[in-house]
Each structure stands twice: as structure tokens, then as C-alpha cells.
Design a protein around this ligand. Sequence first.
Ligand code: ADP
Length: 486
Amino acid sequence: MLLKRNNAFFSYYLKPYKYEFDETITNINLKRSQVLTIVLFIVNALLLVLDLLIYKPMRSVVPAYSYLYYSHLIVMPFLMVFLGLGIFIKKQNNTLCKKVFIYSLIFTTLIWCSFIGINSIYITGGISAYIICIFSFATCFLIHPLKTLFIYSISLVFFIYGLILSVDTVQVLYSTMVNVLITAILAQIISSLNYASYCKDFLNKKRILESKQMLETVNTKLQEYEKTRTDFFANISHELRTPLNVIYTAEQMLDNSMKSTNLDRSQINKYFKMIKQNTYRLLRLINNLIDITKIDGASFKIKMINYDIVKAVEDISISVAEFIEHNGITLTFDTEIEEKIIACDPDSIERIILNLLANAVKYGKESGSIFVDIFLEENYVCISVKDTGIGIPEDMCNLIFDRFTQVDTSLKRTNEGSGIGLALVKSLVEMHGGNISVKSKFGEGSEFIIRLPDLMIPESDEQISSMILDEKNINRINIEFSDIYL
Ligand code: ADP
């Protein structure tokens, strides 16, 4: 009962490490069996010397001395074979082979010791050989209690059968039988305790190792978080200070111009433009920061309506075409479908496309091209924004959607930015139930593909077919493109 409960207990906790545990104890047992074979070999050799020097005259008087001598003699080559086999099997990477070797050694030695035990009753009156042998096994080897029960029981049956055959006196027979039984039971208990304590050790080591690994993972994450935080503050300070410096300088220049007697209108316009663009840059940065914080706090909501996505993307592309072409870049819009009404938030769609187009310009090359395409994929409407710009290194393609991640993080970089745009785009696309991916070849250009589910809101009357290019939209374009200096 106790064995069964113990067995269930260890099987349950050791289950996840079954193979590792099996292999570990097999290797330990193999090492110990090799040491034990050497010890047995030496002891047997010494006993053989005793047989030859001291007990030789007794052999003709008491036959038990002869049996002892022959058994010591016969077992020598067996032990040598086991020694050689042990060395050979140790080099093999086969757990089953190792197990077969270990169990054969234990089994053979126990049966042999049972024989010597029976024989020694006629010499010493006791079963010392069996006692020494079974207790050595119980303390040395790590064997599952059920397996030891099986092995010890067989040797016990063999022993008792041998006793019945060879002992004539009932009193000696019974007392020896009781001694053997007690020895076997004690050996079984020692063996089980030995095995259980090893299992506990193994499990504790595993738990400590797992906790250590968990701590290391948490530590790595904390270090990454700390790095992101430091990078963020370094970057954000730069991003906040640069436009503020420009605004401050422009304001000083304006002040000086106003004080001067001959007003230069073109200079004044230039300073106003500088102030406006850098105000937009600050606004964009702060808007993005607020939105990303709202998304984190789950307070950012999108308003889904049934909307013609083709027209929406086309309108946005048309609205920025002039600006983009002013930068020496051509913009081509193409679509596989004329009209596609899906459930989406037009404001968010505008933000997504403007962000991608602004990046395509920002990271584009002089006289490059931008292609906006709409096509259908199974259950999805796909929008592709492709450019012939600087491209993204392969190892960065998945990372650029992470917050504050930029390919070029040096403060000397040529493009302005905070690394929030794509993280925001990704969150907005995912809020629509879609996904975003990028294909890029470093130095040759990038293609961002957004997949939006081809679904409509049931029973919704709200349907706007086109976007009106009002003041608000123009402002938004200015804000989204504010990182790009003309
Ligand atoms: P940023 O404000 O720095 O542009 P984004 O989140 O929009 O932040 O982009 C993150 C990074 O991804 C950019 O710093 C840039 O290195 C890279 N990236 C984004 N779009 C493109 C593109 N079209 N071509 C090349 N690199 C791009």
C-alpha cells in the first residue's frame, strides 16, 4: 500500500522529466555497478586466496568448503566479463542496453550470493554473504521499489527453495528462513528510502533550476525593459527638444525681423512655416504618446462603420499625392476592385495609411516611387504600401512593430522619428481584427501589407462612401507628415 502510494507520488511529479530522470539514474547505476564489480572481484580474489591457503585441508572433510572454493573460482571469469561489458556499454548511448546490463549484474550476483548464503550455513552457521550482498545493493543502487521487490523476491524464493532442499534440521531451516525474510524486507525498505530520497533530490534540483531559469528570463526581460525605457527617454528628449529649439530659434528670428526697419516678408513666412511644421511635429509625437497610453489602458476605442475602403485609401492617396511628388517621389495608386464596403473605422484607416505613406517618403530615396495597391485575399481586403527606399535589414523586420524600435537609433540619424508610428499602426489594424506584415530588402525598398477582415456590420445604415477633405483632414496630413522637411 505504502509502496503503491509512493510510486504514484513519484510517477506524478517525475512525469515531466521521465526520460531525463531515467537516463540519469541509469548512468549513476552503471557507474556504481562498475565500482561494485571491481570490489566484488577483489573480495572474491582474496576469498580465493583464503580457500587455497587456509581452507584447503577442510575441503576433504566438509564439502561446503569445496563448493565455496568452486563458486569463488567460477565467479571470477563472470566478474571479468561484467567488467569488460560495463566499460563497453558505458561508451554506448543506449539506455536500454545499460539497464539490461545493470539488472543482469544485480540479478546474477544476488542468485550467486543466495547460493553462497545457503552454503555458508554449513561453514559459519549464518547467511552473511547474502546479507552483505543484498544490503550493498539496497544502498548502492537506485532502483524503483517495485523492481527491487521483484528482484529480491526471486532471490528469496531461490534461497528458501535451496534451504528446504539442503537443510535437514527443521529448527535451523525455520530460523534461517526468518532471518532471510527479515533481511529481504529490511533491504527492500532501505532500497525504497534510498530511491525516494534521490527522487526528492532530483525534483528539488529541477525546481531550483527552473526557478533559476525563470528568474533569468524575468531578469532579461527587465533588462530589455530598462533598455527600452532608457532609449525611449533619450529618444523622446531629442524628439521634444529638436522642434522646440527650432520653434524658439524661429521665434527669435521673427522678433529680430519685426524690430528691423525693412520687413522681409519671405523671411517672415519662412519662420512661420518653421514654427507651424515643428508645432505639428510636437503635436504628432504627443498625440501618438497619448494614443499608445490609451491603447495600453484599453481606453482607446475605434468606431466601426460600414465603409468603402477602396475609396478611403484612394482619397487619402490623392490628398497626399501633391505633397509626396513635391519631395521628388512618384505615387501610384492601383486597385483590383472598384468598391469594397467593409466594417472599419475611417479615422483609424486614415491614420494607418498616412503613417505608412509618411514612412515611405521619410525612408524613401530621391526620385523613388511609392505604390499603393488594394487586392483581395481569402476573407481579407489587403492594402499594400510599397516603396523603393532604404529598406529594412531582415533581422529588424519583425522588431520595427515594437514600440520605440528604430533601425537607426543613433542621434545622428538622418530621419526624425520616435518609433511609435508602426506600433500604433499595428494596434489599430489589430483592433480591426486584421494584421500587418512587412517584406523588405535592405537597400532596395519595403512593402507593408495590411489585411483587414472582409466583414460588414449587420443591419448598419451608417455608410459613408467617401472622405471629405476638410480642414481636420488637411491638419492631420500636416501632422502625420511633419517629420519630413521640404
Ligand atoms: P519612426 O517615427 O522612427 O518612423 P515608426 O514606428 O514609424 O517610427 O518606424 C519604426 C522604424 O521602422 C523606423 O525608425 C525605420 O527604421 C523603420 N521603417 C518604417 N517604415 C520604413 C520604410 N518604409 N522603409 C524603411 N524603414 C522603415
